[in-house]
Design a protein around this ligand. Structure first.
Ligand SMILES: *Cc1c(COP(=O)(O)O)cnc(C)c1O
Length: 385
């Protein structure tokens, strides 16, 4: 076993060696700009990008011309929301989201609210799911866009996205979903889900950081997006800037591996997660599960431990790489907005721990982890007495 054991796969994942191998030629000899049409350096780069775009599209059953490369889910979320608002706000000014979204959605909605849009932030139940009837009631003639994440990055809850998309489309409302955590963990088929826009990143699936995509559904009439980065007109004029060829190649390879491995890999990861959960829940008292017991990502386990100061626990668990909530939230002392939204009381809010399992975790590591956590919790509780 290598220490510390990495259990923070919701924050980011280790680059797969096969992805690195695929990227290397494009970091060295094949350094052309895909926009250079006049020589072979450009053609080679263009072919690599085109190939990666097809692999990424295939993984989610989309067409290659529905994929727009961005720097990641944060940018894709910004582009989707601000892009739609920019294109259609003269007609409609109401936007809907949920209380458990990633800051790259919630902050954008907050900004739009401050500049005069009407924003509805739907509450969630104790599992982190919105009430679909409440969504139906909240949609009005003025509603332009609904943005609800597919799977939550803290508690792993999976939302009924296909149903939400249908409710939106019945009322001619556009629907966007942040699928950063879902893609690669559960089957994401754009033809079944029927969302208008889907955001995702490579680095949550063993690909490189700083590259992601926005899926933009091709339909008639086509969806207009106002670009948020203007320039040379790359990505069909929606997102300018020289394409990051090595990262795009890595993204393509990561998605290819992920879609081939999807079912087997996630069954294995789920078994390890279930084993960890079972061990902790049978050996410890005062332990609570956050998130939905079944409708949950196979790699997620978020728990609250009564009477345990989580900072002390993390210090005690210095050979495990874990986090208390999202990486973004961990930078600030504020308690998690997700755990608040699902109604956790103040003390449980401050005693929650997130495990994010991944491709490279072994059975031995998970057995070691459960024993370490059990011992550390018992030790801290004994000191409290
Ligand atoms: C990680 C994550 C993001 C941000 O992705 P970046 O690649 O850092 O831009 C957005 N939403 C969710 C749900 C995430 O898990």
């Amino acid at each position: 076993m290598n220490f510390p054991i990495y259990l923070d796969n919701h924050s980011t994942t280790r680059l797969d060696d096969r992805v690195l191998e695929a990227m290397l030629p494009y970091l060295k000899d094949n350094y052309g700009n895909p926009s250079s049409k006049g020589h072979s350096f450009g053609w080679i780069a263009e072919e690599a990008v085109s190939n990666a775009r097809s692999l990424i599209a295939k993984a989610i059953n989309a067409s290659a011309n529905e994929i727009i490369f961005t720097s990641g889910t944060t940018e894709s979320n910004n582009l989707a929301i601000k892009g739609i608002v920019g294109a259609y706000s003269k007609k409609k000014n109401h936007l809907i989201t949920s209380a458990v979204e990633h800051p790259s959605v919630l902050e954008v909605f907050q900004l739009l609210r401050n500049s005069g849009f009407t924003v509805s932030i739907l509450p969630v139940n104790k599992y982190g799911i919105i009430d679909l009837n409440k969504l139906r009631e909240t949609i009005s003639e003025k509603t332009l866009l609904v943005s609800i994440m597919m799977a939550n990055n803290e508690i792993g809850t999976i939302s009924p996205i296909a149903e939400i998309a249908e409710i939106c489309h019945e009322r001619s409302v556009l629907f966007h979903t942040d699928a950063a955590q879902a893609i690669g963990k559960i089957d994401v088929d754009v033809r079944k889900i029927n969302a208008d826009m889907i955001s995702f990143s490579a680095h949550k699936n063993y690909g490189p950081k700083g590259i992601g995509a926005l899926y933009l559904k091709k339909k008639f009439p086509s969806i207009s997006l106002i670009p948020q980065i203007n320039g040379g007109g790359q990505e069909r004029n929606i997102r300018s800037g020289t394409l990051n060829v090595p990262a795009i190649v890595g993204f393509g390879k990561a998605m290819e591996i992920t879609s081939e491995a999807l079912q087997d890999e996630n069954r294995t990861i789920k078994n390890l997660r279930d084993k960890l959960q079972m061990e902790l829940f049978t050996k410890l008292d005062g332990i609570y599960l956050n998130g939905h017991p079944e409708k949950r990502l196979p790699n997620n386990l978020n728990i609250s431990l009564e009477g345990v100061n989580i900072d002390l626990l993390l210090l005690e668990l210095n050979d495990l790489a874990l986090s208390t909530g999202s990486a973004c939230a961990s930078a600030s002392p504020e308690p998690s907005h997700v755990l608040q939204a699902i109604g956790l009381n103040n003390s449980l809010l401050k005693s929650s721990l997130r495990f994010g399992l991944g491709r490279f975790n072994s059975k031995e590591e998970i057995e070691f982890t459960s024993q370490r956590v059990i011992n550390a919790v018992k030790k801290i509780r004994a000191q409290n007495k």
